[in-house]
Every structure is written in C-alpha cells, then in structure tokens.
Design a protein around this ligand. Structure first.
Ligand code: F6R
Length: 612
C-alpha cells in the first residue's frame, strides 16, 4: 500500500528519494511527496496528488530542494480523499516537524479533538496529521525530540511505520514501527529507511528489520536503534539475496509478463535446494524437532491468491496426510473464534509476509497455542519473523500487483510440504512419492513448454477481450484453479468474472448462461474428467462459448465441446494446477492488454495490504 523511503547521507537527497519512490510505485498509490531538511535547518516539503511524474514536474519547475537528509512517501488514501493536502509528508503547525506514515491510527479522532481544544489547527483529513501535531506539541513541552517520539508512541493506537524529520535536528532522521514493515538500509553513501526492500536494492543489500515499538535514529554515518525502554537494541544486519536487476522490467512491457515468464526459474529455485537424491528435504522442519508431532487438524490461512493456494493445499494435504484440513480466508478466520490448540497446525501463506489480516490470524493462532508454519516470499517480513517455522519461496521480488510467480512457487512448496510430511507419517506410498518428486523435477521444463505457446493465448485473448462477463468452471483442483484464473482476469482487466464448482452450476448459476456467454472450462483434473465433460455439455447446449483448458490426457475427452482449447503437458495430478495456472495468467494478461488497462498497477489495488 503506501510506501516510505528516507535517506540520511552525504549526497543530495531529493533524487535518491524520488528514485526510491519510483521503486515503490508498484505497491499502488494516489499521491506522493518528499520533505528535506537543509543543513541550516530549513524544512522543505513538496507533495501532490497523482503519479510521481506530477511531483517530479513540481520539483523541476520550482526552487530545488536542498539537503542531504529527507523522507518520501507514496500514499494510498484511507482517511481523507486523494488530494494535495492529504498527501504526505505532513508538517506540524509550528512548521518544525515532518512525518511520513504507513498504517492507520485508530484513535486519531480522539487525539485530534483534544489537540483542537488546545488550539492546534489541522490542515488535512488524515489520521497521520495527528502524529505530527502531537509530536510538535510534546516537542514544545519537553524540548527533546526522542522524549516527544516516545510520548507519541505511547499515546497512539493502531499500526504505523513512520519517518520523522525535525528542522532543529538537521542531521537526524527518526523512524519507528508497529505492525507495519520498516527496514533500515546501511549504504556506503549514507543510511536509509524503507517500507520495502526493493526501494533500497540500488543502494544497499545490507538491512536490518525494525521490530515493533523500536525507534531508530539515523545520521549520515550512524544508525542507533532503541527498544521500547529506550535501551540500545542489538540488531543483526542481514544481506538480502535479491539484486537490483530482479526488481527491474528487463525489456518486458510489464512486470506481470516478466514475472509470468520467470516462473520456470522461480520454481526451479524453490525446488532444487530441497530435493536431494530423490528425497524432499525441508531442513527448516528437520531443525524444528517435534514441531510436526501429534497434529490432528490443519488450517491454511491466507488472503486472495494465497488463499487460492490454500484451497489447492486443502485437497492435497488431506489426501496425503489424512488430517482434516481447512482453507480459511484470513479476514474471516480471525473473527470466527476458531478452536485451536497445541495439536493444530496453522499454515499462513503470504507473498509479502506483511498482509495485515494474515498477520492477525497468525497472532490469534499463536495466542491459542497452535503451531504456525508460514510460506513466505519476502525474507525477514513480519509473518516470517513471527512464525515458528518458515518455508521461503525463492520467487525473487514480485513487483506486479497481480501475483503470478509467487502463487506458483507457493503451490509447489505446499505440495512439497504435503509429500514430506506424508512420508514422515508413513501415509504416502513409495511409488507415489517417487512420481511426485519426478513431477516436481520436471516442472520448470514443462512450465517453459506452456510459456512457449504464448502466441496462442495472445490470439485467443484478442478474440474474447470484449466479453463483459466470464465464468470459470471446474471440479476439485480445477475448481480451486478457476478461482485464481477468475481473480487474475477481473483484477487486471476489470471484466466481471466468477468461478464455480462445475457441479454447482445446476443449483442456480446456470440460469446466467445464454447464447454467447463465455465459459472457461478447466478440465485438467483427470480423475473427474467425465463429470466435468457433462458440465461443459450443459453450458454448451445453452449456447455458451467454451474455452477449454485440458492436458494431453484429457484434451481428447473435451475437445469436441470447446470452441477454443488450450492443451498443457500432463504431470502428476497434485502438480497439475502449477501448469494449469500459466495459460490463465497469460490469457488475463493479454485480455487486459487489449483493453488498454494499467496492468501492473490495477485501479484501487495495492501490492501489499497492510490495513484491514
Ligand atoms: C492477487 C493478489 C492478492 C494477494 C493477497 C495476499 O493477484 O496478489 O490477492 O494474493 O493480497 O497477499 P500476500 O500474499 O502478500 O499476503
């Protein structure tokens, strides 16, 4: 959602901030701004509604902002519409302190009203402004910035990552966080704060993660981090594995297309280090002792596409482990009073590792004594840090808002977990174990074969991009896959689409099928192909146009019913959705391209959802 970058160093800050904000653009935003303190203590702020280009043009037209210390922000409106006043940074009424903030201050109204009674005048509708006005209020009272910051942190409730500048301390930048990500970067030309590591990759890969309630004080040549008792905290500096090229488009017209094309490599990187001599080896679980002992129930908890992985996982885990497994939407799970305990395993799936609902579900699970395993892409993210065990997907940075390579690697890792655990429980036979391991090893090459047919998906998308409504149907794993295909299409092309369990059509939805309705029939799940065929015939006989998705094995069964047919290689059924999703991603991509949509940054969406 919102993005933060800050710099304290020995170079002019403005271009570093703007370049950092560009790298955060992908998260989604509607306004942007920067604040810089000059060495003489002049606090200069520029901010504006709209894309970064608007801010850049203001910066180039007007008096240049001078100074080697500054903070920048991309805002995704929550409190108050997207306009210049509500854009960050916000400055207190004394004009001394500037703040950028991600998150939501829940008790902002109460604080705002009490400050208004003290004569403080507010100029925006944001919750963030209370932080800066309160900071100035305490700063005036105690004449010490750190005292003021700690006072504010005690007073505010909610989630925050923030960067703070004060004109009285021109060489210093402060930062704090609670329930929202913030990293510190250690560069050769200065030190940085950022809400997302991709903003830092061009400058440094040495980072430390700020913990809840910590406060960082950064200057050009020093970083000090204090805990909630104001004691100096010992921090580990991590080296991020990603390089800057991984976060660039590299000749592709969109990050989404690049990331779709990167799937063979991402899957390879996720699988290779974990298969040794035909055995799946999940070291993280080996080291976790009796973590997997006596589990009687599993919940897979996630949001959006990661939840769709959970749906696929439910089928696979129950089949391999014979342990009752449920896939739950994180936003529902946390309020559904789930009954958890020591024998419950909660698997949290998250690309970003920062999704607030998933994080809250994780905390609820831990509170109730459940064991938490997470599948996460971003190293050191909040979900990763708070889980008992983390399995990382090695997909590399995912920039496009619509997830693709993170989704496929999550699926792969969940299958690997199911097979590994199934073997430990002696519930999976040697033959099936071997078949799945072989299937895993063949996946990168088979995904590449699907990608090689890109022209075919492009041509089909060009035929159907004008349909205003699309139905996805399938059974079992194909049903779960349809949910993802439908989400991909609607989020980037803005076409209404829904996914139905094919067997459910007769219970209501089939009334929507009329001559010309577009139905994407997923028919890759061989064990139920005859049943799926009946459902395809049902919609076909009511005049639907059917795009079929089948494997080399199932294609002959459905080909006569499909107006267009995508055929993908066959692989073990539990891995089939990994191949099946690729045509659906490419189809959605090319439909959106034909419709002229902003594919990498669809309207109203953000990459990482750190609010409820
Ligand atoms: C859709 C998409 C979202 C995310 C969801 C969870 O393309 O990307 O539905 O899957 O917001 O995000 P993470 O995985 O970061 O927790």
């Amino acid at each position: 959602m919102c993005g933060i970058i800050g710099f304290a160093g020995d170079k002019e800050a403005v271009s570093i901030l703007v370049e950092g904000l560009k790298r955060l653009e992908y998260r989604g935003y509607d306004s942007a701004g920067v604040a810089i303190v000059s060495p003489e203590g002049e606090l200069q702020v520029k901010k504006s509604k709209g894309r970064l280009a608007v801010l850049e043009s203001h910066l180039s037209e007007e008096k240049p902002l001078r100074g080697k210390i500054g903070i920048g922000h991309t805002r995704w409106a929550t409190h108050g519409e997207a306009n210049d006043q509500n854009a960050h940074p916000h400055v207190g009424q004394e004009g001394k302190i500037a703040v950028v903030h991600n998150g939501i201050i829940e008790n902002y109204l109460e604080i705002k009203n009490s400050l208004i009674k003290k004569g403080i005048h507010f100029t925006s509708d944001t919750d963030t402004e209370v932080i800066v006005q309160l900071l100035e209020y305490y700063y005036k009272k105690y004449n010490n910035l750190m005292d003021a910051v700690y006072k504010v942190l005690h007073r505010i409730k909610g989630a925050y990552a923030m960067g703070i500048l004060c004109s009285d301390c021109p060489g210093q930048m402060l930062a704090a966080r609670k329930d929202a990500p913030l990293l510190i970067g250690y560069g050769t030309d200065g030190n940085y704060i950022a809400s997302d590591v991709t903003a830092l990759l061009a400058h440094t890969r040495k980072v430390t993660y700020l913990e809840d309630d910590e406060v960082a004080v950064l200057t050009a040549d020093q970083v000090q981090i204090f805990d909630s008792d104001r004691c100096l905290a010992e921090k580990i500096i991590h080296t991020v594995a990603w390089d800057v090229a991984a976060a660039e488009k590299g000749g592709y017209s969109h990050f989404m297309l690049k990331e779709i094309m990167e799937q063979p490599e991402a899957v390879q990187k996720t699988i290779s280090p974990r298969i040794m001599e035909g055995k799946i080896c999940l070291e993280e679980l080996e080291q976790a002792g009796d973590f997997l002992e006596n589990i009687t129930r599993i919940y897979i908890v996630a949001c959006g596409s990661a939840y769709h992985v959970g749906m696929i996982g439910k089928y696979t885990l129950e089949k391999m482990l014979h342990i009752p497994t449920e896939a739950c939407l994180a936003s529902e799970f946390r309020y559904s009073e789930p009954l958890l305990g020591e024998s419950t395993l909660v698997i949290v799936i998250s690309q970003s590792g920062e999704t607030l609902d998933s994080m809250a579900a994780l905390r609820e699970a831990k509170k109730q004594g459940a064991k938490v395993l997470s599948i996460v892409n971003v190293m050191g993210s909040s979900i990763a840090r708070e889980s008992d065990v983390v399995l990382y997907t090695w997909a590399g940075p995912e920039i496009a808002v619509a997830t693709t390579k993170a989704y496929t690697t999550q699926m792969v890792l969940l299958v690997m977990f199911a097979v590994y655990y199934g073997e430990r429980l002696q519930r999976i036979g040697e033959k099936e174990y071997g078949e799945i391991v072989n299937g895993l090893l063949q996946l990168p090459e088979k995904i590449q074969r699907v990608l090689d047919d890109v022209d075919e998906f492009q041509k089909t998308a060009a035929k159907y991009f004008n349909h205003s409504s699309v139905f996805y149907i399938g059974r079992n794993l194909d049903y779960a896959l349809g949910l993802e295909g439908s989400l991909k299409l609607k989020e980037i092309s803005y076409i209404h689409s829904e996914s139905y369990a094919a067997g459910e059509l007769k219970h209501g939805t089939i009334s929507l099928i009329e001559p010309g309705t577009l139905v994407i029939a997923l028919a890759t799940y061989a064990p139920l192909i005859e049943k799926t065929l009946s459902n395809i015939v049902e919609v076909k006989s009511r005049g639907a146009r059917v795009i079929g998705l089948a494997t080399e094995e199932t294609a002959p069964v459905i080909k006569d019913q499909a107006t267009d047919l995508f055929v993908i290689p066959k692989v073990h059924p539990v891995l089939q959705p990994v191949l099946g999703v690729v045509p659906l991603q490419l189809y959605a991509y090319y439909v959106a391209l034909n419709r002229g949509c902003d594919i990498d940054k669809p309207r109203n969406l953000a990459k990482s959802v750190t609010v409820e």
